[in-house]
Design a protein around this ligand. Structure first.
Ligand code: PLP
Length: 448
């Protein structure tokens, strides 16, 4: 309670802005996940590793807009290039060479990507990859992992939120709608497996294989904090997809370019058939992409006549807009270099090691993980391997930790235990030390 009072005292202007906004914008936010009690901190500006709020507080930002800002905030190279682009025009109707400027690094980074198309978000990227898999196979069902988040379109919203009791036993999980307004037919075409349990995928394929178009999976689950694939999981899923002629889609919206230059596919050495990308590829500008095997991607342009194809539809006014393409090209070619990966990986390891040490000294149960630029802490002595392990996480306790960190000028990760921290190319060892000092300052209280 003391920390909540302190939070309220530090953020009176944010409280005022929230109240005004709530009048004309539901919950005062544009993505419902961003609303939290008593009111969110409202940003004024951000630069480098820092975010400044409307009350004049500075925060070391390790949330980085759910990791979109792997390059940090307002990276000078990116800002210069995108400013140039503003002067050269932002939308042309006609395609331009910028498409290749942005596409080539994705083709170079992913063995699986022979062709790629751009979208405006991760939701669109996953939606188009899924439709394409259905078109390619002529089948409709989708296997996905229970509790994973794949965006805000209908088939993506049938697993995560509801109380676990509604979702049936772990061995036979049921898709449950997470939103009103989703037609009944949507969950009927979704089959849920458990992450890290290849047998659960195999069972579904044995029973429904001839109806399954795709297996959709994040190579590492970055919407359960940070859950890595156990040895052999991704390999088994790959070979099952081959055996049943099912398209394997990696949702690399979060893992892409953050675990390694070529995402989870490179990091875990398993290549999918299609990849969905967004977030960090654009350095913070809104963009997504889906790409993969040529014979599948070509269906997007099958029997093309007068701009209409008979394969899988992919249209969009803002797809591949010059601002986003310039941002992707600069981010991937000039900023996220091999040195940049060494830098963020080293700092993420330092952060995770520090958390382990501080938690152990304070006698706090903590699961601390990191991969590439990503990391996360969960305050439990139980390992988190699948969605069902989520019951070990005390969300209120986690919330208290999060608010207490904000009170000490650090946003440790986005608001929710299901998220993770990102270390950007603009963060320094001093920033990581300051993050750890803030955690050390609250660890004894948390343990009490
Ligand atoms: N897929 C994954 C794994 C995500 O984490 C997200 C967003 O958090 C999405 C898809 C949807 O991306 P967007 O929010 O850009 O629509």
């Amino acid at each position: 309670a003391r920390e909540y009072d302190r939070y309220t005292d530090r953020t009176p202007n944010s409280a005022d802005v929230a109240e005004t906004l709530r009048e004309i914008v539901p919950a005062g936010v544009c993505s419902t996940f961003r609303a939290y009690d008593p009111h969110p901190v409202h940003a004024e500006r951000a630069e480098g590793a820092s975010m400044f709020d409307v009350d004049g507080n500075e925060y070391l930002d390790f949330a980085l807009n759910n990791g979109t800002q792997l390059v940090g905030h307002a990276h000078p190279t990116l800002t210069d290039e995108v400013s140039d682009q503003l002067e050269d025009g932002t939308l042309y109707t006609r395609p331009s060479e910028l498409i290749g400027y942005a596409a080539q690094p994705l083709v170079d980074r992913w063995d699986a990507i022979e062709q790629v198309r751009f979208t405006n978000s991760g939701t669109e990227a996953v939606m188009h990859a899924t439709r394409l898999a259905r078109a390619y196979t002529g089948r409709e069902k989708l296997i996905r992992m229970e509790g994973a988040y794949h965006g805000a379109h209908d088939p993506a919203l049938v697993s995560k939120m509801p109380p676990v009791e509604q979702a049936g036993p772990a061995s036979d999980p049921r898709p449950v709608k997470e939103s009103q307004g989703i037609p009944d037919a949507v969950p009927e075409d979704v089959l849920l497996a458990q992450y890290n349990d290849p047998n659960s995928v195999e069972r579904l394929l044995r029973d429904h294989g001839s109806e399954v178009a795709a297996i959709l999976v994040e190579p590492a689950c970055l919407n359960l904090g940070l859950v890595e694939p156990e040895d052999g999981f991704l390999e088994s899923v790959r070979s099952l997809a081959d055996e049943y002629n099912v398209v394997l889609i990696f949702d690399e919206v979060k893992t892409g370019v953050k675990l390694a230059p070529g995402g989870g596919a490179e990091y875990y050495s398993v290549q999918p058939d299609l990849v969905a990308l967004a977030k960090a590829i654009g350095g913070g500008y809104p963009v997504g992409a889906f790409g993969g095997r040529r014979d599948i991607m070509e269906l997007v342009a099958a029997d093309l006549q007068e701009g209409v194809a008979t394969g899988a539809a992919h249209y969009g006014t803002y797809n591949g807009n010059p601002l986003a393409l310039r941002a992707v090209g600069v981010t991937l070619r000039e900023i996220l270099t091999a040195d940049a990966y060494d830098h963020v990986t080293g700092l993420a390891e330092m952060l995770a090691d520090g958390y382990r040490e501080i938690a152990a000294d304070a006698g706090l149960d903590a699961q601390v993980k990191h991969v590439g630029s990503q990391g996360m802490v969960h305050f439990t002595d139980e390992p988190i391997r699948t969605f069902r392990d989520w019951e070990h996480i005390d969300e209120q306790f986690h919330e208290a930790y999060w608010i207490s960190m904000l009170n000490r000028g650090v946003i440790p990760h986005p608001h929710d235990a299901s998220q993770q921290w990102t270390v950007s190319v603009q963060h320094t060892a001093e920033d990581v030390e300051a993050h750890l000092e803030a955690f050390a300052a609250i660890a004894d209280d948390l343990a009490a």
